[in-house]
Design a protein around this ligand. Sequence first.
Ligand SMILES: Cc1cc2nc3c(=O)[nH]c(=O)nc-3n(C[C@H](O)[C@H](O)[C@H](O)COP(=O)(O)OP(=O)(O)OC[C@H]3O[C@@H](n4cnc5c(N)ncnc54)[C@H](O)[C@@H]3O)c2cc1C
Length: 439
Amino acid sequence: MKIAILGAGATGLTAALRIAQQTSSKVTVFEKDTFLGGHASTFQINGTPIEKGYHHWFTSDNKIIDLMSELGLEDKIGWHESSVGTVFNSKTYDFMTPLDLLRYKPLSINNRILLGLSSLKISKIKNWHDLENFTAIEWLNKNVSSEIYKAFWEPMLIGKFGEEHYKEVGMPWLWGKMNTRFKSREGFFSKEKLGYPTGSFDIFFNALSKKCEDLGVKIHLNSPITQIKKNESGTLTLNMNDGETLQFDSVIATVPSNVFDKITIGLPHSYKEKLQKTRYMSAVQLILELKNQLSKYYWLNIADRTFPFVGVIEHTNLVHQSVYGNSHVIYLSNYLTTQSPLYKLNENELLQKYLPFLNQINPNFSKDWIIKSHFQKIPGAQPIIESEYSRKMPSHETGIENLVLGNTSQIYPQDRGTNYSVELGEKLAELVMKKPINN
Ligand SMILES: Cc1cc2nc3c(=O)[nH]c(=O)nc-3n(C[C@H](O)[C@H](O)[C@H](O)COP(=O)(O)OP(=O)(O)OC[C@H]3O[C@@H](n4cnc5c(N)ncnc54)[C@H](O)[C@@H]3O)c2cc1C
């Protein structure tokens, strides 16, 4: 049996590995870019690879941790204590333990306790299906005071989904997000630990692709697929951008839903409709190499909506700056729609807009701290997960026999992450391996 996989990210490469391990099928991976890793791919700072968008693992990310072990890389995962802060009304507060919550001055003492209790309540909900009919806002408005909502949850939702979309986000998404973070702590009062592979996420993708190739998988980079079409015989034809066409018995697509809709001929109308309703936010990351540390936090939530960015992730507060030639590396992170005025700014315009706000985080910051800036725009970074999403989410079965789809818009109710992409890759492999061989 000949199987094609579109995309050499975590989902596509995991699917390739599992099929190659369990069958004698001929597996070929087509990747449009010249590199592996998709959303978790890297660029270099002083010769060291680092992700285009901040990346780490939670201790509860069992699937990917197990796969790292299988690849012989378990001891390459460094587990580091994370440090979290929140900026509200231009002031920064520690936000790591329940005690920090009790010191969080933007809320009255009563509401600090209630915020802790409401977070705990969300994490204790066992059956997230009960939340399906609620948007996050509807549920929060019923369950927390408006002061808590305004000072904490609303800025967080606007930060991730923008003014345009935050009201549509379903409560199960928030449940999934909170649950992952709670599971990543050893106890209620303990600090969160986060994992980062020594040598970047590249070591995972390099080892995974090597293992695939050792098992006979062919991986073609720089090979965008421009069309998928079913043939009368039941096989599928893939068109390459140089005009070449190739035949396969089964195809696994791990491309975003909008791309899949564009390149696939003959999808049922109802399936196309679901693909077309899937919307994504783009990630816009301005990455600065600084001479000095900006703050003591790895993760700084910006709950102050006068700031033009939503998070500052100081990577070198997780991994030592000596790894990056002593540059302190910060991601100034935003999730934006392509229509957003901020999305349209170039690197320098964005930098000029952001600079005054860095002084609010650290009054000693000055422009001459900047050694170098880097700019990454990541399309399709965050699917917008609405209420009643189970009903709206496209299934893996596409309505075209032997053609399945798996991408981040089908990870639910957990928030997208490489751990869930590994799980998804395994699920897609199972689906394809169960299928009868044509003719
Ligand atoms: C800013 C940001 C921060 C993140 N932080 C974390 C984190 O801290 N921890 C974590 O675990 N995860 C994180 N994630 C999520 C994680 O990166 C994704 O969940 C994961 O990489 C998705 O893998 P994938 O293989 O499903 O999709 P992708 O990585 O998007 O892979 C799909 C591949 O398909 C290719 N492709 C597209 N069209 C075609 C075509 N026509 N032909 C051939 N190939 C095609 C693409 O080039 C891409 O390589 C983050 C993501 C972003 C954007």
